[in-house]
Design a protein around this ligand. Structure first.
Ligand SMILES: Cc1cc2nc3c(=O)[nH]c(=O)nc-3n(C[C@H](O)[C@H](O)[C@H](O)COP(=O)(O)O)c2cc1C
Length: 400
């Protein structure tokens, strides 16, 4: 009897204490890290639990959800960038300096978002870029990325450092789905040749060859604080010279697209070496901190070697979180635009999350296009009448 009364008193005290705790202590407050505030309400979320998928209305929402659900270790691993994150911040903020030109009095009743990448048909001009080890967000890892991309008709290019194997990802794709695959320039040549032949045998149609972290990875301080150690040996060749770049085209019959081009000079080199395309990228700010954004690199290539855009395809990525960012890069000459972190963050919900993320972006793109008075995405590619980049140009090139 005495024990029961004691238990009741403890319960009652607990209840009283709970009612005294301010509401804010129970609700989740997440540092948005400067992301635009579009009204996402996290007060009903539970720390560490997956928030409702229908709270997600734009790409940044998925980052906040991932921050809530992933432990600090894995959130830092995906989100982090190199050193002072100057390039990462620039990637995220460059868009504020760009204005879109929207025209009225045009027929936008029939919108086309279809495009081709290296001659393959896709329903949207954006794609899922390679990002290592998707498995720490969801057990389905790269398989959900491949499925969601296939469902939409978008390109996916898995990383060679994926959680799932080259073959597992290929197998989960739809019968008519086109995927490319990323590869690093391993110092172990046997491994390089073996990877290239497995990629080809598994049915991937092209290779994004990442050339911006030869020898070493970037130093990602936030991630190192979590792991307590410097990034391990990358295994990438540190002696990947121009001769080696030229020669690598002989190791596979698949088209090779150098990824991580960040100067106009390197873009011209790739053109001269006969590559069919280049991929302008600073690796989401994760390698050499301080390098320019895709916007600045594309502007520089336009200025110095405009023939690049006429003679080869150009893809670009870095900080792309909305349709207007895609439109900007397309207008500067990119044929297709990559998404790195956003699909990874959306994958905390598995395939449903990636589906929703891609669908929201597609809807944004269609809407922006119509509001700009353009019905065909192809008319945006390389058409700078749709954007005003003067503020960036003045800052980047100086006043001459
Ligand atoms: C967690 C993570 C892992 C990545 N892994 C690779 C990789 O294995 N190979 C590669 O070429 N790029 C990799 N990248 C770079 C992306 O392909 C892409 O260039 C970059 O993330 C684009 O920037 P965004 O994240 O702002 O969209 C990775 C990026 C992130 C965030």
């Amino acid at each position: 009897m005495c024990l029961r009364v004691h238990k009741l008193i403890v319960l009652w005290l607990g209840f009283v204490l709970l009612t005294l705790v301010p509401r804010s202590c129970l609700s989740v407050e997440i540092d948005r890290e400067g992301l635009p505030d579009t009204g996402l309400n996290t007060t009903d979320w539970e720390t560490g639990a997956l928030p409702p998928l229908d709270d997600m209305w734009e790409l940044n929402d998925f980052q906040i959800a991932a921050k809530n659900v992933l432990g600090a270790r894995w959130y830092a691993s995906y989100r982090t960038a190199a050193l002072d994150q100057v390039t990462y911040e620039a990637n995220m903020n460059i868009w504020k300096k760009i204005r879109l030109n929207g025209y009225t009095f045009r027929d936008v009743s029939d919108v086309n978002l279809n495009t081709t990448i290296l001659g393959y048909n896709f329903t949207v001009p954006f794609f899922i870029a390679p990002a290592a080890y998707a498995g720490h967000t969801n057990a389905s890892a790269e398989l959900s990325l491949a499925r969601a991309a296939g469902k939409m008709g978008a390109l996916y290019a898995p990383s060679i450092e994926s959680t799932k194997t080259i073959e597992e990802i290929a197998d989960v794709g739809f019968a008519n789905q086109t995927m490319f695959h990323q590869e690093y320039v391993w110092s172990n040549r046997t491994l390089l040749i073996d990877d290239l032949s497995r990629i080809e045998a598994a049915g991937y149609k092209a290779i994004f060859l990442t050339v911006d972290n030869t020898g070493v990875n970037g130093i990602r301080v936030q991630a190192m604080r979590q792991t307590g150690e410097l990034d391990s040996d990358s295994g990438h060749s540190a002696s990947f010279t121009l001769d080696a770049l030229a020669e690598i085209q002989n190791l596979t019959t698949l088209p090779i697209v150098p990824k991580g081009i960040k100067t106009a000079a390197d873009a011209k080199t790739c053109l001269d070496l006969g590559f069919p395309a280049i991929y302008v990228s600073n690796h989401g700010g994760r390698v050499l901190d301080g390098v320019p954004t895709a916007v600045e690199i594309l502007l520089d290539i336009r200025k110095q070697y405009p023939e690049v855009f006429e003679q080869m395809e150009v893809y670009a990525d870095g900080g792309v979180r909305s349709a207007n960012h895609i439109i900007t890069l397309l207008a500067l000459g990119a044929k297709a635009v990559g998404l790195g972190r956003s699909p990874i963050f959306a994958n905390i919900y598995g395939e449903d999350g990636v589906d929703r993320m891609l669908t929201l972006l597609q809807a944004e793109l269609q809407t922006s296009l119509q509001l700009m008075g353009e019905a065909d995405i192809q008319n945006v590619v390389g058409n700078t009448t749709y954007i005003n980049t003067k503020q960036v140009e003045v800052e980047y090139f100086g006043i001459s």
